[in-house]
Design a protein around this ligand. Sequence first.
Ligand SMILES: *Cc1c(COP(=O)(O)O)cnc(C)c1O
Length: 392
Amino acid sequence: MRFSKRLDQLQPYLFVEISRKIAEKKARGEEVISFGIGDPDIPTPPHIVERLIKASRDPVNHRYPETNGLPELRHAISHWYEARFGVRLDPEKEVLPLIGAKEGIGHVALCFLDQGDVALVPDPGYPVYHVGTMFAGGEPYYLPLHEENGWLPDLESVPEEVRQKAKVIWLNYPNNPTGAVAHLGFFERVVAFARRYDIAVLHDAPYTEVSYDGYSPVSFLQTPGAKEVGIEFHSLSKSYNMTGWRIGMAVGNAAMINALFKVKSNLDSGIPQAIQHAGIEALTAPRESVMEHNRIYQQRRDLVLEALTKLGLRATSPRAGLYIWARVPLGYSSAQFAAALLDEKGIVVTPGSSYGRQGEGFVRLSLTLPDSDVEKAVARLSGWQVPPVTNG
Ligand SMILES: *Cc1c(COP(=O)(O)O)cnc(C)c1O
């Protein structure tokens, strides 16, 4: 068999070693508590599931969907954006439903990048930005994110020749994995940069609805001129606990949306229609469930932060998103500390280094595990003396 070179370029997943340890522990009957994957533990709200059940019984929904979805879904997305952000979108030209944001994020690279083209990609960042770039034959240029800058990229630091070559810039706020948020002032600088160098902005925003302490994250599209240079990816996964159903959307610049539609219509046949109906229900029903989930995550956030602080680990309290980004103790690498937590306490966290070189020195804790598990983990950590690093 002769596989493609691009398959070899996929880095071995850092989690492989951790998965092996988890399996060993479980085989010994030990209970492992996971702050690993960002996948909401709370079920999809019942009214959404009811709508899905009902829609799945209608034979109309048993046939091929359209790539660009039901008009009713595109309208629901457009109304939701206007109600939530005051952003007006033409449901025919500026809205494209996706089989989850991840699907669109991967495919959009094919709309912009030919062999050797440059994409500006944040580091640390969601891995699909650079993987999609690589699959399209493009080259990622990494934008380092630093705590001093509030985990926002310093556009001024991008060398002139890279700016000239770059065709897209990836951004993601509220940010995974750092928990940082962006303000409109930053997005205004992004719009000016994108205009000046003719760079398409790809803003990944699945966490705008997951927020705390009364904070309300912004959309990139609220920025004046944003729609001339970019699109935003959004998802029902994190806002409505619908990760398993696979539904998201891209919205914004009509030419960019059309390009993504062209690619997708040659590769997929859209979101199963019953699931589109569930999405319509999510977007049009009152937001109580979103608020309720945020209250739950906020409590978990506070419990975990308190436990980390007692251990002497430094972490900022996130105002949005599902993650706590914590500095590992001095002397440890991300992977070593994740291994120590697992070996000694049966607790799984994600090494920051799996999100890029700049993630080294951090671990990410996802708040998507039941309260009882959070409490157990906090109890296990209480009084723990972090052992000296053993090199392994
Ligand atoms: C979860 C996540 C996604 C993927 O969302 P889906 O709609 O479930 O595919 C995209 N980007 C980031 C940053 C995420 O954390």
